[in-house]
Design a protein around this ligand. Structure first.
Ligand code: PBG
Length: 329
């Protein structure tokens, strides 16, 4: 035999030397859930080991991420029920939870790259990412509102806005709106290929943001989020977003869409992010809790595979665990 591939696998040193994919603390984006109140840290039932924080406690939490070497956070808010309406009016409140959270984190760790979720669902009484009219999530009026939301986050001090709504044309509209408002330096991370996935379930528990079950209101997000059957369409969405001015594109969820990550990476001139979502985290946690999987090994294998598929950045609820693991080696 001229080739014995096993030669390169015979020691730990060799295996590490020839590893094609390496994880680094700078690869990760930490999603953070903000809530109202004082001294509050609530575990999310379907996401064991992950919490919602009131702003006073969030400060230390963000500092901890930063000190570990995590360079970026992605903010989500749990909005009080009585503040929700169809248009998501509260999203523009300059003193709203998101805006206060941005200001607080910017003050605590000014160098961290702070990203914010831009979509109506946490603010929508119907749990939709856009405005509902006559039983439909309407596109263009929603885009107009999302642009205002992005400007409000920029005013509060966000570095990047991350539109996760999947409305058509929102990246170009948002780019122009931000520029006209003077925020030429604020980046856009576009959720380009975002699938209508069951793996968002635990996240919707975390924010109480699931679509409501009311007559004449769409019960799912399938008219705007993508069909899991489609990959070429994901490439099209990413290309459109890049042409419209996105600084980064994202594929979400990650694990069931590794082929889409690879296909987009192959044609993308901008960094590619993948979101390892709440349900993907919950699956590993649940199996580990039952003793059916080794949590650490599963986490490492999954995150490595997402990077190998082509993700330059990964948003995941395992940020602390994975950085601890990388640093301990
Ligand atoms: C909402 C949004 C969702 C997630 C991020 N932004 C859920 C949804 O579209 O219903 C999911 C994140 C996760 O599951 O971890 N615009």
């Amino acid at each position: 035999m001229l080739h014995r591939p096993r030669r390169l696998r015979q020691s730990s040193a060799l295996r590490d030397m020839v590893a094609e994919t390496r994880l680094h603390s700078s690869d990760f984006i930490a999603p953070l859930f903000l809530m109202e109140g004082q001294n509050k840290k609530e575990e999310i039932a379907s996401m064991p080991g992950y919490y919602r924080y009131s702003l006073d406690l969030l400060k230390a939490e963000v500092q901890e991420f930063w000190d570990m070497g995590c360079l970026s956070a992605l903010l989500f808010v749990k909005v009080e029920d009585d503040l929700k309406d169809n248009e998501g009016t509260e999203a523009l409140n300059l003193d709203g939870l998101m805006q206060r959270g941005i200001r607080m984190i910017k003050e605590a760790v000014p160098e961290m790259c702070l990203m914010t979720d831009v979509a109506l669902d946490p603010y929508s009484e119907f749990g939709h990412d856009g405005i509902v009219e006559n039983g439909e999530v309407i596109n263009d009026a929603s885009v107009g509102f999302l642009c205002e939301m992005a400007i409000s986050h920029a005013q509060a001090g966000a570095d990047f806005v991350a539109p996760s709504d999947m409305m058509d044309g929102r990246i170009e509209a948002m780019r122009i709106a931000l520029d006209v408002a003077g925020f030429t330096g604020i980046g856009i991370m576009a959720y380009s290929a975002k699938y209508a996935s069951c793996f968002y379930g635990p996240f919707r528990d975390a924010l109480d943001s699931a679509p409501v079950d009311i007559v004449d209101i769409p019960k799912d997000k399938k008219t705007y989020q993508m069909n899991p059957a489609n990959a070429i369409e994901g490439v099209k969405e990413a290309k459109m977003d890049i042409a419209e001015g996105a600084d980064m594109v994202m594929i979400k969820p990650a694990l069931s869409y590794l082929d889409v990550i690879r296909q987009i990476k192959d044609v993308s001139e901008v960094p590619v992010t993948a979101y390892h979502v709440s349900g993907e985290y919950a699956m590993i946690k649940a199996a580990a809790e039952k003793g059916w999987l080794n949590e650490e090994e599963a986490m490492l294998e999954v995150l490595t595979s997402i990077k190998r598929a082509g993700a330059d950045l990964i948003a995941t609820y395992f940020v602390k665990d994975i950085i601890r693991l990388i640093n301990s080696k």
